[in-house]
Design a protein. Structure first.
Length: 213
C-alpha cells in the first residue's frame, strides 16, 4: 500500500543539503526573513542551484514540512504495524516522543509557518495528516473490536494519539519547564502514555462524573 506520492530523486545530496539548511534557517529566522541567498550560503551552493531543484522559496518550505512529517509519522506507524500487543502502545509512545526532541526545528517550522501559508497547511493536511489519521484509526478500531480498548470514536482517538506527538515535539521546553534532560523527557513521555491509555480519572471518579453529567 502506497501512502504517499513519491518523486524520483534528483541529485539527492545537493537537494538534501538545501532542505536541511532551509529547515534550520526557517526555524531560527522565520520563512519571510530568510532570503534565497541565505539558503544558498547555508547549503554551500550557488543561488541559481536552488532553482534547479525548486521552483521558488515557497516550494522549499512546503518540501521541508511535508517530507519531514512523512518521515516522522511513517516511522511511528511502522512501529504500530509491528506491535506484538496492543497494550504495548505505551512503549512506542515513549520511544517516539524521546526521538521528537531531535525534530524541534521541523516542528517549529510546521506550526509557525502553517499559520501564515494556507497552501502549506493544505498540503500537510492532504498528504500527511489525513492519511496518517486513516491508518491510526484502523489500528485503534481493530483494538476496540478485539475488546482491548474501550469503545470510542476511533478517529477521535487517532487524532488525539497523533496530536500528542506533535505538541510534545513542538513544545518540549513548555511541557518540561525548560528541563529537556533524558530523565525529564522520559517522565513526560511516560506521563502522556499513561494518560492516553488510562485517562486521568480513577474508575470510581469516572463513574461519578458520568453519572452527574
Amino acid at each position: 500500500m502506497q501512502l504517499f506520492n513519491s518523486k524520483p530523486p534528483v541529485e539527492p545530496d545537493t537537494r538534501t543539503k538545501i532542505l536541511a539548511s532551509a529547515q534550520r534557517l526557517f526555524a531560527r529566522k522565520g520563512y519571510d526573513a530568510t532570503t534565497t541567498r541565505d539558503l544558498a550560503e547555508a547549503a554551500g551552493v550557488a543561488e541559481g542551484t536552488l532553482f534547479r531543484h525548486f521552483s521558488n522559496k515557497k516550494a522549499i518550505l512546503i518540501e521541508v514540512a511535508t517530507q519531514g512529517w512523512i518521515e516522522i509519522l511513517t516511522d511511528l506507524l511502522t512501529e504500530l504495524s509491528e506491535l506484538a500487543s496492543y497494550r504495548a502502545v505505551a512503549q512506542i509512545m515513549r520511544r517516539r516522543m524521546m526521538n521528537l526532541s531531535y525534530n524541534a526545528d521541523l516542528m517549529r517550522v510546521c506550526f509557525m509557518e502553517a499559520q501564515f501559508h494556507p497552501d502549506l497547511r493544505d498540503r500537510i493536511q492532504a498528504e500527511v495528516i489525513s492519511k496518517m489519521t486513516d491508518v491510526a484509526e484502523a489500528f485503534f478500531q481493530t483494538a476496540m473490536d478485539r475488546g482491548i480498548y474501550r469503545k470510542m470514536n476511533p478517529r477521535v482517538v487517532a487524532r488525539v494519539f497523533l496530536g500528542m506527538f506533535a505538541v510534545a515535539g513542538f513544545s518540549n521546553e513548555t511541557l518540561t519547564d525548560g528541563d529537556t534532560s533524558p530523565r525529564a523527557m522520559q517522565e513526560m513521555a511516560e506521563g502522556l502514555a499513561d494518560i492516553f491509555l488510562n485517562g486521568v480519572l480513577c474508575n470510581q471518579g469516572a463513574e461519578q462524573a458520568l453519572a452527574s453529567s
